[in-house]
Design a protein around this ligand. Structure first.
Ligand SMILES: NC(=O)c1ccc[n+]([C@@H]2O[C@H](COP(=O)([O-])OP(=O)(O)OC[C@H]3O[C@@H](n4cnc5c(N)ncnc54)[C@H](OP(=O)(O)O)[C@@H]3O)[C@@H](O)[C@H]2O)c1
Length: 262
């Protein structure tokens, strides 16, 4: 029996698998994967050399089953695998929107279900995963799952009512942050920098600022104040950001994702 079974090897399943293999948290022969019809799992297998499952049923017989399919196909997959999920299987769903009770309704009230919402930087050990545990897991099993995701980044364990808010903040924000990086670099190019120079300046500044906030615990407002000398150039930019509604646009983006129903 395999240690980890992964159903769905798209953007998120693939990113998580890359991170887990890269950090040697698991080895390729301990993982069995199945995918959909378009062949993404097969393509990824050529790169990562895990065991390719014949079917979702075969994959679901692993000790830990990670579900990385979209919420739309999730009920079909749960129905397909329910007979091979035992009371000892750890079922970990990465789907952002389905609730624990919906899994339990199909798989059974005695099954061990976890919702873990990572983001794509798990592929480079810089992920952020929000986790909520179902009722049937022991403390030791919760620890095993937490450690798995800690091997590819940070984790936060939350009550289920907060998972949706957390998952849009960390799960969706790589898209918003990438747009911000692109916009910073566009501005650099507009002002005469090469594309390469502009991306390096933008990306390293973003990482440095986030690390400074994380490591020093300094309030983001204070970090901004430190850069704004009286009558200087930065405060001119801050005024322009406010004028064009940057802060409001960011809040609206996260809220739009949080309030979206599948
Ligand atoms: N993307 C993110 O950043 C992110 C972040 C947090 C959580 N999530 C969650 O992760 C889940 C997957 O999202 P994604 O972005 O990775 O989507 P995706 O790239 O579309 O991947 C979904 C995968 O599911 C596979 N699939 C479809 N039908 C299947 C079936 N019947 N049996 C087995 N596999 C099947 C697809 O295979 P084929 O390609 O071969 O059809 C595809 O590889 C979602 O529930 C999402 O909420 C995603």
């Amino acid at each position: 029996m395999k240690k980890i079974g992964l159903i769905g090897a798209g953007q998120m399943g693939g990113a998580l698998l890359k991170g887990l293999l890269e950090t040697k948290t698991i080895s390729p022969e301990e993982v069995i994967v199945s995918g959909g019809k378009s062949g993404t799992a097969q393509a990824l297998q050529e790169e990562l050399h895990f065991v390719l499952g014949e079917s979702n049923l075969e994959v679901a017989q692993a000790d830990m089953v990670i579900l990385a399919v979209t919420p739309k196909v999730m009920p079909t997959i749960l129905t397909e695998i329910k007979d091979v999920i035992s009371e000892n299987t750890l079922v970990i769903s990465l789907a952002a929107s389905m609730e624990l009770q919906e899994y339990q309704a199909i798989l059974g009230a005695d099954k061990k279900i976890v919702r873990a919402i990572p983001n794509t930087p798990v592929s480079i050990k810089a992920g952020m995963t929000a986790i909520t545990f179902g009722e049937n897991l022991t403390e030791a099993e919760c620890e095993v799952v937490n450690r798995l995701f800690q091997s590819v980044g940070e984790t936060v364990v939350l009550e289920e009512s907060k998972i949706n808010s957390a998952s849009t903040l960390s799960g969706c924000s790589p898209a918003f942050i990438a747009i911000f990086i692109e916009a910073l670099a566009d501005a650099g190019v507009l002002n005469g920098l090469s594309r390469e120079e502009a991306y390096l300046l933008a990306e390293q500044s973003l990482i440095g600022t986030a690390k400074m906030a994380l490591l020093t615990g300094k309030h983001p407002g204070a970090i901004k104040d430190d850069v704004c000398s009286p009558g200087g150039t930065t405060i001119q930019g801050v005024v322009a950001l406010e004028e064009y509604g940057f802060r409001n646009a960011v809040i609206k983006a996260i809220s739009a994702s949080t309030n979206h129903k599948h």
